[in-house]
Design a protein around this ligand. Sequence first.
Ligand SMILES: *[C@@H]1O[C@H](CO)[C@@H](O)[C@H](O)[C@H]1NC(C)=O
Ligand SMILES: *[C@@H]1O[C@H](CO)[C@@H](O)[C@H](O)[C@H]1NC(C)=O
Ligand SMILES: *[C@@H]1O[C@H](CO)[C@@H](O)[C@H](O)[C@H]1NC(C)=O
Ligand SMILES: *[C@@H]1O[C@H](CO)[C@@H](O)[C@H](O)[C@H]1NC(C)=O
Ligand SMILES: *[C@@H]1O[C@H](CO)[C@@H](O)[C@H](O)[C@H]1NC(C)=O
Ligand SMILES: *[C@@H]1O[C@H](CO)[C@@H](O)[C@H](O)[C@H]1NC(C)=O
Length: 615
Amino acid sequence: MKLVDSVLLSLFFTFLSVPPPLRLSAAIPPDSPIYDYDFEVPPPSPSPPPAASPNTTLEYMDLTLPPLLPTQSPKCSVHVLQRDFAHTVGSPPVTSGYIPPPECPAPWSRVVLELAGAASDVQKDRIAAVWLAGVEVLRTSTPFSMSPGVFWYVRKDVTRYTALLRHAAAFSMMLENSNATFPGVFSVNVSLHFYRGAVSFSSSPVSDSAAATGGLTAHPIIRGFYREPADLIIPISRPTAAAAGGGHWFRVTNETDRSSRTVLIPNNTYRAVLEVYASHHSDDEYWYANPLRSSGATLASDCLESKKPNGAFRQVVATLDGRYVGSAIPFPVITPGSVNPFFWAPVAAIGAYDHPSYDFDLTPFVGKLIDGGPHEFGLTVKECQPFWLVGGNLHLWLDAWSDAVEGGLIRYKVPPLRLGRQADWKNTEGKSEMEGQVIIRFSGWVSSSAGNVTTSVRHKLKFKSHVEVEEKGEMKTVEMEMKARTNLRIERDHAVVGRVVVETESPLNLVVESSNGGGGTRIRKTKLFHEMMEARSSAEGKGGEWFSTITDRQEAEGSVLVGEDGEVVWGSGETKSTYKYRDDKKCYLRTVNMVGGKVKEDEESSSCVAAAADF
Ligand SMILES: *[C@@H]1O[C@H](CO)[C@@H](O)[C@H](O)[C@H]1NC(C)=O
Ligand SMILES: *[C@@H]1O[C@H](CO)[C@@H](O)[C@H](O)[C@H]1NC(C)=O
Ligand SMILES: *[C@@H]1O[C@H](CO)[C@@H](O)[C@H](O)[C@H]1NC(C)=O
Ligand SMILES: *[C@@H]1O[C@H](CO)[C@@H](O)[C@H](O)[C@H]1NC(C)=O
Ligand SMILES: *[C@@H]1O[C@H](CO)[C@@H](O)[C@H](O)[C@H]1NC(C)=O
Ligand SMILES: *[C@@H]1O[C@H](CO)[C@@H](O)[C@H](O)[C@H]1NC(C)=O
């Protein structure tokens, strides 16, 4: 990858130009012993020292598509949940009742969930999720708020969950916060906005077909599988009673720890998609930077890694009655307190406020699912360390016009993903590499009132990770590349009637240089390049062709001082974020440059020339 190499190279060369620091003053009282140490970072520069309390931006944000045309107002909005999360560790999810809005009944052309959050004071980032009737509709992280008054919004297109929104149900939210160490309390409002008619984010007139195909979305990862919202969604998560002790998500601590739920599927199902959420925590917070070393050995540095050096490969796997039906290499979401919290204030890392979910089309297995018996859906994470939070939603499309749907599996070719593993270490220096790829194919037919339709899925995964440690463990370089491509072919009477192609690519490059900060502290300089690219295209019938591409990219650089307890006490960072969207009709480009906690540049454009240029 030429581009990646040159970025990495430039990372090395500009490593010395560390921007002025921003003090996390509110977190550390001025009389804290940390200020007694005479550490020297950044190197003295001609510029004056930074102000003690700079004018930082208080609105934290995540670059995504503006979900809808700002001038278009929703037909109606419903405020579903309001809560302050102060000390909620070990508490059950908070719940509130949802009632569909009587003033604007279904159907809706678009439904947008809005989470408005505010942090009363300094607080660490926390993982959170919102469920409706036990079905996860949002996985999110809170900001790592560095000053009182930080606020943020998450807006997510939740049209795909329409089936749940048609009925009264319980909304629940889990956000385990503790205000014992840091005083911050997170206050959250969750609202739903219901739209009717054509929706668009651009002011140019847009055809109805763009809205109908879901060509626009507020989410950076959305597959082309949700042309129409499903009729029924069954949670593959912990049932309500069990969820009281820790949420609806499954906590996965090792790869043999398969979490599952047994469900009954209506016998008139003709399509099925399993959507999976997965986030990595604790020992696996830095799985993507984890070296591969012989068992037992760990590197004696603070270089971002898991507890056990089992390499930088994880795979989220879904099974049906014990058999593989789909997998994804998870996109490593860098949560706001990770790597360098000063990179993510105020612009969040890719996907941090709206974690990606992964969709597996299970239509070829419908014949098996509708046999009237119970079926067990399992979720696990290969090679994982404690712990991952995973959960699934089974989207089902039902044939209202027949009660005699039939189906059968035609082909099932699931070779194992063979990983190449190489490691070469001498004490604390060396490198390791893991790489692998696999092509999975299955197809099946479903005969319903729509005819006898055969769905074929071809899924290709490609993965490569390289971790290198130099300078007696003080310098670490991480390169990761993953590519996935799903081809969906739909045939009726031996003629192809539809195709969907979804391609994702997510390169990550990270360089971490550690040094002694004195008094047991460490100074960590970091350079990061991270990108998520997703291209979707679809062809269905006459004139039903469309494509869209999203490229979400971040480049960040800065340093932090890590205290003896491993907590970040001081630091600086600058981040350049670029979010680019293109489809067959429209373009959108937004660039935000953030330096030392302030937004220096924020530009938006709908020019396709700008969006087409490689940045
Ligand atoms: C923040 O900016 C405003 C307007 O530019 C200025 O009046 C104020 O003094 C600044 N505050 C600090 C703490 O720098
Ligand atoms: C939540 O809504 C209430 C009532 O409208 C409002 O007073 C409060 O400021 C909101 N909180 C946030 C974090 O937006
Ligand atoms: C945590 O927040 C709650 C609610 O604001 C407050 O009553 C409590 O005193 C706080 N606890 C600490 C340790 O600050
Ligand atoms: C995997 O996790 C399960 C559940 O926490 C536990 O019972 C089991 O002992 C673990 N297996 C290994 C090999 O650690
Ligand atoms: C499907 O289920 C319905 C309702 O339980 C039943 O009436 C119908 O006979 C079933 N159809 C088949 C093909 O099993
Ligand atoms: C549907 O098509 C498949 C594949 O062509 C075939 O094997 C199956 O028997 C057909 N089913 C019905 C009910 O016609």
